[in-house]
Design a protein around this ligand. Structure first.
Ligand code: MG
Length: 260
């Protein structure tokens, strides 16, 4: 009998504790702001790239040419879904800051991407507000484009970072008015049924012949505020960012991609 009473008493106490646990209010996590995911040290070492003679490498025979200097037919407006409405001139195209991002009409899985970009010689602005753009892989993961030549900002937001996820291994910027070249090798992710990564996306970024990222494991989407998010997706387009800063607009040329 004593044993039965003891057992009942134990159950009663356990139930009360459990109810109290459930009622207990945990403090709400602090609301995140942009500064919480910015890392300012270390700054990447400055590496002066070799001289390209400002000429570009034309597309190999099996590449999908996304821009050859003549038109933006491979692209569309991300805002309207209509024609890409940035300005094509002199064999390049320039961001129109009134028009929003542009994306490729075609979607891709894993690929090698070659893209060249240039900020104007007379660029103004500081930090993230100086020649900011970006190339989004599968429309989800931003490789930062920024004038990082003598322009301090948080290290994980410099040119060649997976935005706010990793500090590039070097700063290989050419100065404003000269063309920078990105060669990006990207492996698309695989997802589990529960929407987690089975295989994370990975990326290698080479700028002007200098490795900035070496098979970096992408953690999720590249967020301005807050942590990366894991959102299941299939093939996706390349997206180029129109950043709303007030600096003079950036230009692009010679864009091609090889599917892997
Ligand atoms: Mg950007």
């Amino acid at each position: 009998m004593k044993k039965v009473i003891l057992s009942l008493l134990t159950i009663a106490i356990a139930t009360t504790v459990s109810a109290q646990e459930q009622k207990k209010e945990y403090p709400k996590p602090e609301k995140m702001n942009p500064g919480m995911t910015e890392f300012w040290t270390p700054q990447p070492k400055i590496v002066t790239p070799g001289d390209s003679d400002n000429k570009f490498c034309t597309a190999p025979s099996d590449a999908i040419v996304l821009f050859d200097g003549s038109n933006l037919n491979a692209w569309k407006s991300n805002r309207s879904g209509g024609e890409a409405d940035w300005t094509v001139h002199d064999g390049v195209f320039t961001v129109d800051k009134t028009k929003g991002d542009i994306i490729t009409k075609q979607s891709f899985g894993s690929f090698q991407l070659h893209i060249e970009w240039c900020v104007p010689e007379n660029i103004t602005g500081t930090g993230q507000a100086r020649g900011n753009s970006g190339v989004f892989l599968q429309n989800k993961y931003e490789i930062q484009i920024l004038d990082s030549y003598n322009n301090e900002t948080y290290s994980n937001g410099q040119a060649g970072s997976v935005y706010k996820q990793v500090i590039p291994k070097a700063n290989a910027m050419r100065k404003p008015g000269e063309w920078n070249v990105y060669d990006i090798i990207y492996n698309a992710p695989v997802f589990n049924a529960d929407s987690t990564y089975k295989v994370h996306p990975t990326v290698t970024v080479i700028q002007n012949g200098v490795v900035l990222l070496n098979h970096f494991v992408i953690q999720g989407t590249t967020e301005y505020i807050g942590h990366p998010r894991v959102i299941p997706h299939g093939d996706g387009p390349i997206r180029l960012q129109m950043h709303g800063d007030k600096s003079e607009p950036i230009s692009f040329r010679n864009i091609w991609l090889r599917e892997l």
